[in-house]
Design a protein around this ligand. Structure first.
Ligand code: PMP
Ligand code: GLU
Length: 391
């Protein structure tokens, strides 16, 4: 008899997403009436801009409810090509795949590119899903630790130390989840030089591109640095963070054509097209119709960032990194004498404050605070954090 629970497939061995499960736990406690303050969510607390909603409603009313070309709506691809051109990336519609969320775009890129015997360089701390996606592909994640002191950016020496003949891909995520670091041009140029020299692909996850709060710091797409690095780069972006559209599930990528073809084939069997009317709505977002709302959200995040950093600086024994982008603050809690996991568990139990422990992000001594919540919630959360740390 077959042992039905025996699993021979890597896809059946993944760990559930800790960010999603802890966020869900906090939401459940709130629904039960517990006065939980949650700094878990990796999603803007703003509503999707009305113009985008209107474009979606219009698309539904006009009957845009059928299957589309699996890799995406041609009008949206045209807008994506223009959007990438603004980033200095020269691409074409045939290089684009539009997916149900940047997450699935990344999943498909990694699994179509990498397999057993390949190595993927992951810069810690990293967004937890990359590691599981690498595992799903059969490749090995090779972790390179970065440090707060070095702007959570890798050095040439760090990277060169781990490159082997099997290195296939390096994942770059700037602005970064969970650190909020934005890589400098020099860092990106160094990564590009190494990728070109060793013939390594780069996956650049630019989903937090619009969320940068320091005027002196600009987002740079690594693929814009030269035609050679563009030929080796998969650039991913999406609508979740910039347009407060997490629930709509829409993301996209551009890749060299040989890889785009593989990804498009996988998607044609896995999901077919991303939801049709959502893609029509996204055209309106990329045409800039919601730009005013987007600017207001960025201003609000900038204000919250200042607030949370001011309040955090008054708390003893927490070492934190002042983020340049995204909406997270990474806090090292090792001086408290607890691991990130213990800290998160105990503060939820004792002070009803939900935070993300960063073990799954490759940083076990840290927690991540998301400031995608109201200023009142930030003030209350920092009060609770201070009480917990003072104890
Ligand atoms: N990349 C990073 C770094 C993220 O934090 C997220 C969070 N959701 C994603 C990709 C995926 O975004 P989505 O699937 O919502 O487009
Ligand atoms: N990316 C967000 C986060 O890190 C949302 C949850 C997820 O998809 O992991 O919290």
């Amino acid at each position: 008899m077959q042992d039905l629970e025996q699993n021979y497939n890597l896809l059946g061995t993944l760990s559930p997403s800790a960010t999603l499960s802890i966020s869900a736990k906090a939401k459940k406690l709130k629904a039960q009436g517990v006065d939980v303050v949650s700094m878990t969510a990796g999603e803007p607390d703003f509503d999707t801009p009305q113009v985008i909603k209107n474009a979606c409603i219009k698309a539904i009313q006009e009957g845009k409810v059928r299957y589309l070309a699996s890799s995406g709506l041609p009008e949206l691809k045209t807008e994506i090509v223009k959007k990438f051109a603004q980033n200095g990336i020269d691409t074409k519609s045939e290089n684009i795949v539009i997916s149900t969320g940047a997450k699935f775009a990344i999943f498909q890129a990694i699994t179509c590119l990498c397999g057993e015997g390949d190595e993927v360089i992951l810069l810690a701390p990293f967004w937890l899903s990359y590691k599981e996606m690498i595992k799903a592909s059969g490749a090995k994640a090779v972790i390179v630790q970065t440090s707060m002191e070095n702007n959570y950016s890798p050095t040439r020496r760090d990277l060169e130390a781990v490159i082997t003949e099997n290195t296939k891909l390096i994942i770059v995520n700037s602005p970064n989840n969970p650190t909020g670091a934005v890589y400098s041009r020099e860092t990106l140029q160094m990564i590009a030089d190494i990728a070109i020299e060793h013939n390594i692909m780069v996956l650049s996850d630019e989903i937090y591109e619009k969320l940068i709060y320091d005027e002196k710091i600009k987002h740079i797409s690594i693929a814009s640095l030269s035609p050679q690095i563009a030929d080796l780069t998969i650039t991913v972006n999406g609508f979740s963070k910039a347009y407060a559209m997490t629930g709509w599930r829409l993301g996209y990528l551009t890749a060299p054509i040989w890889l785009t073809k593989r990804i498009a084939a996988l998607q044609s069997h896995a999901t077919s097209n991303a939801t049709s009317f959502v893609q029509y709505a996204a055209v309106s977002a990329l045409r800039g119709e919601a730009d005013e709302d987007v600017s207001k959200m960025i201003e609000a995040f900038a204000k919250r960032r200042r607030l949370i950093c001011n309040l955090l600086s008054m708390i003893k024994n927490i070492k934190f990194f002042v983020p340049q982008g995204a909406f997270y603050v990474l806090c090292d809690v090792s001086q408290i004498g607890l691991s990130g996991d213990e800290f998160a568990e105990q503060i939820l139990e004792k002070e009803d404050l939900a935070v993300i422990p960063c073990t799954a992000f490759g940083e076990p001594s840290a927690i991540r605070l998301s400031y995608a919540c109201s200023e009142n919630e930030i003030v209350e959360a920092m009060k609770r954090l201070k009480i917990f740390c003072d104890k």
